[in-house]
Design a protein around this ligand. Structure first.
Ligand code: ZN
Length: 387
């Protein structure tokens, strides 16, 4: 709920909202992009501006109960709203354009253009709390990245580091304030690149795409995948690098062939303490999960919420109705507890049930995370690409 409000205030949308014809684009990338480029504009902070306009005068009244404070609050709110609308978005917001030839990022007049071949590299991407995305790249295509800045001539192969930094380990570090989740955006870019980079000479031959399409050859036979990746840790956990993983082209749960992925999050150690304080430091790993399994997890979560609500009310209503030694406030508190705590516990428990992978202990400096897979044979066939 709080997160949803924050998203609204920050002008965030889902990828599906930003790209209405997402399914058509995925089905026929070349055709759709040849007809029309896809643009995802930088986030707009309309709601943040509105909130500033409303909250400041309200705070003036609540704190001081004077009309003067309300007027001062209104003035402050207006200044903040103008900052949100006119100053911040062009400064930090990053616009995205996808067309037949590649991906274009723009911020404050600086434009960086990446060819599709850059993204035709195997391995998983790293999405660190949506702020930084590390993407495995094909190093041969770096020299084809173009940069334009308003006051300088165009550059080739030397991208603007504020938008894109090339790492030493065949990864690119994208940072920006996008209006869509950065991890989902670059997952889309990589899926498009698998198709669109194929015709260009820069594409490295024989590089397996991140997750193969359903029509791709059958998953690797056990033992054919080379040495197993991931050092075993106690209790069935293995330690995996977070960038450049290549998963078998099948659902990590039911083993059906799939090209769909689901993002699983793993926090740093004691990350729950950070979460209590309102922040989090987590890594998002995109693991193959078929549509049917993803639907099943959603159903489980929904049932967990309802069951939690029922149990919560079942436990709290007797106190609320009969009193059982509680005063009026105590009775009301019990109902509120049942209504809020029950569904919350139900959701937390149900959202951990039946998942094909659990992640924990993300180590940002070593760039590793501990994972426990439901199917050890799936874990045993994970390979390392770039990164
Ligand atoms: Zn499945």
């Amino acid at each position: 709920m709080l997160q949803r409000l924050l998203k609204l205030l920050l002008g965030q949308r889902s990828l599906r909202q930003a790209v209405p014809d997402l399914d058509g684009l995925l089905a026929d990338p070349a055709g759709r992009l040849a007809a029309r480029a896809v643009t995802i504009r930088p986030p707009r902070l309309w709601w943040a501006a509105l909130a500033a306009l409303a909250a400041n005068p309200a705070a003036g009244w609540l704190l001081f109960e004077s009309w003067l404070a309300v007027w001062i609050g209104a003035g402050l709110g207006l200044v903040e709203a103008l900052v949100f609308l006119l100053v911040l978005p062009p400064k930090v917001g990053t616009g995205v354009r996808l067309d037949r030839d590649g991906l274009e990022l723009s911020r404050r007049g600086t434009v960086v253009r990446c060819p599709w071949a850059l993204f035709a590299a195997p391995g998983s991407l790293l999405d660190e709390s949506g702020l930084v995305v590390l993407v495995p790249i094909h190093p041969g295509a770096v020299e084809d990245i173009q940069t334009w800045r308003p006051d300088q001539p165009a550059r080739q192969g030397d991208p603007d580091p504020r938008l894109l930094k090339i790492g030493p380990d065949a990864t690119a570090r994208f940072s920006g304030f996008f209006s869509v989740p950065a991890g989902a955006l670059f997952a889309l870019v990589r899926r498009l690149a698998q198709v669109l980079a194929a015709g260009t000479p820069q594409a490295a031959p024989g590089l397996a795409p991140v997750v193969r399409a359903a029509a791709a050859p059958a998953p690797l036979a056990p033992g054919a995948a080379g040495p197993a990746l991931g050092a075993p840790v106690a209790g069935g956990w293995i330690e995996l690098p977070v960038v450049g993983l290549i998963f078998p082209a099948e659902c990590s749960d039911c083993a059906a062939p799939t090209n769909q992925v689901l993002e699983f999050a793993g926090g740093v150690r004691f990350g729950w303490l950070l979460r209590l304080a309102g922040g989090d430091w987590a890594v998002g790993l995109q693991v193959p999960v078929c549509a049917a399994c993803a639907r099943r997890y959603r159903t489980t979560r929904r049932r967990g919420i309802w069951l939690g609500l029922l149990i919560g009310l079942g436990l709290s209503l007797p106190f609320a109705v009969l009193g059982l030694g509680l005063d009026e406030i105590g009775r009301a508190m019990m109902v509120v507890l049942g209504l809020i705590l029950g569904p919350l516990v139900g959701w937390v428990v149900a959202s951990r049930l039946g998942l094909p992978v659990h992640l924990r202990r993300y180590r940002p400096i070593r760039r590793t995370v501990q994972a426990r897979f439901k199917r050890p044979d799936f874990a045993g066939r994970i390979q390392r690409g770039a990164g």
